[in-house]
Ligand binder design. Structure first.
Ligand SMILES: N[C@@H](CCC(=O)N[C@@H](CS)C(=O)NCC(=O)O)C(=O)O
Length: 284
C-alpha cells in the first residue's frame, strides 16, 4: 500500500493510503488513525475500530469532522475509515445520483450486472481491508465496528453476519430497515435485482431474529434528523430486537440532526463503548 499523506494528531498519526483492491478490482484510498502507542519507538499493536461512513462520503468526512482522535489517542485505539464505494470503475450511471453508485456502495455484495463486477464493499470491509491492515500495520486483530447512516447499517450487518469477528458494534442514525425505505430499495434493486427474497440477508432488522451472537447494539439517533421518518426507521430495528430479546440501547437525542455535528457530540460515548469491549485499560 502507498502512503499518500500523514498528519500528527494528538500524538498519534492520521494517515491516508492507496492500494489495489482485489475484491473491488480497482484502486482504493482509505484513512487510518494510529494512536501514540502504535507509533512510539517500540510500537505496540492496538485494536481497531472500523468506521463506515454514509452516502456521499469518502474516507475523509469522519476523520475531519467527528473529532474522534483525541479520545482514540487516550484509549490506544486505531480507527480505520474505508471509502464508501469502488471508485473510477466507469460503470454507466455510477455518478448520476448521490444515493446509488459512487459514494453509495451500501456495504453489500452486488450480484446484478454491471455492479457485480466491482461493488463488493461487504467483502472489502469485512475481509480484505482488515487482512491487509493487520499484516501491514501494528494492529492486534481485535476489531469493533461503527458507522453512520448507510454506514451505520453497514456496521450492523457486518457484525450480525459475522459472529466472533467484532468485539462490539454501534451506529449513528443507521438506515435500520433498508428493504423498507426508498434509499435501501433503490440500492438493493440496483445491486441485487428484483427478487426481494435476496435482499433479506442484507437488512439488519431482518437479521436480528436469526442472530447467532448477541452483541448489544448501541444506536444514537437525532430527533431533528430530516431522514428519520422516511429513511431510517430505528423503531423497526428496536421492535425486532424486543421480539428476539436482543439487547439494544437506542438513544433518541432531542434536536440533533443527521450531520457530523451530531456525530461529534456523541462519538466519545461510542469510543468508550468499544474500548470497554476491546479491553482497553483506559476506557471510561
Ligand atoms: N442529500 C444529501 C444526503 C447526503 C448526506 O446527508 N450524507 C451524509 C451521510 S447519509 C453525510 O455524512 N454527508 C457528508 C458530511 O456531512 O460530511 C446530500 O447530498 O448532502
Amino acid at each position: 500500500m502507498e502512503l499518500l499523506a500523514s498528519n500528527v494528531c494528538f500524538g498519534g498519526e492520521h494517515r491516508r493510503y492507496r492500494h489495489r483492491s482485489e475484491v473491488l478490482d480497482c484502486d482504493m484510498e482509505f484513512a487510518v488513525f494510529l494512536p501514540p502507542a502504535a507509533i512510539a519507538g517500540q510500537p505496540k499493536p492496538v485494536p481497531a475500530l472500523y468506521w463506515l461512513s454514509g452516502l456521499t462520503c469518502t474516507d475523509q468526512n469522519f476523520m475531519q469532522k467527528a473529532g474522534a482522535q483525541r479520545r482514540a489517542a487516550e484509549l490506544g485505539l486505531a480507527i480505520v475509515c474505508p471509502d464508501t464505494s469502488p471508485r473510477g470503475v466507469n460503470l454507466p450511471g455510477e455518478d448520476d445520483s448521490y444515493d446509488f453508485g459512487s459514494g453509495a456502495g451500501f456495504y453489500i455484495n452486488a450480484t446484478r450486472e454491471p455492479w457485480s463486477r466491482h461493488y463488493h464493499m461487504y467483502d472489502y470491509v469485512v475481509s480484505e481491508l482488515p487482512e491487509l491492515l493487520e499484516r501491514e500495520l501494528p494492529l492486534t486483530g481485535k476489531r469493533s465496528i461503527s458507522g453512520h447512516s448507510m454506514g451505520g447499517h453497514g456496521a450492523l450487518i457486518c457484525a450480525l453476519k459475522n459472529p466472533g469477528r467484532y468485539q462490539s458494534v454501534s451506529a449513528f442514525a443507521p438506515i435500520a430497515n433498508p428493504t423498507n425505505c426508498p434509499w435501501g430499495r433503490k440500492a438493493f434493486s440496483g445491486y441485487l435485482g428484483d427478487d426481494e427474497e435476496t435482499w433479506k440477508e442484507w437488512d439488519a432488522t431482518l437479521l436480528i431474529p436469526e442472530a447467532k451472537e448477541r452483541l448489544p447494539l448501541l444506536v444514537d439517533q437525532g430527533t431533528a434528523d430530516d431522514f428519520l421518518e422516511q429513511q431510517l426507521a430505528p423503531e423497526a430495528l428496536a421492535d425486532a430486537c424486543e421480539k428476539a430479546h436482543h439487547h439494544i440501547d437506542l438513544r433518541m437525542h432531542r434536536g440533533y440532526d443527521h450531520s457530523y455535528f451530531f456525530i461529534a457530540s456523541f462519538i466519545d460515548d461510542h469510543l468508550n463503548h468499544h474500548a470497554r469491549a476491546l479491553g482497553l485499560s483506559r476506557s471510561a
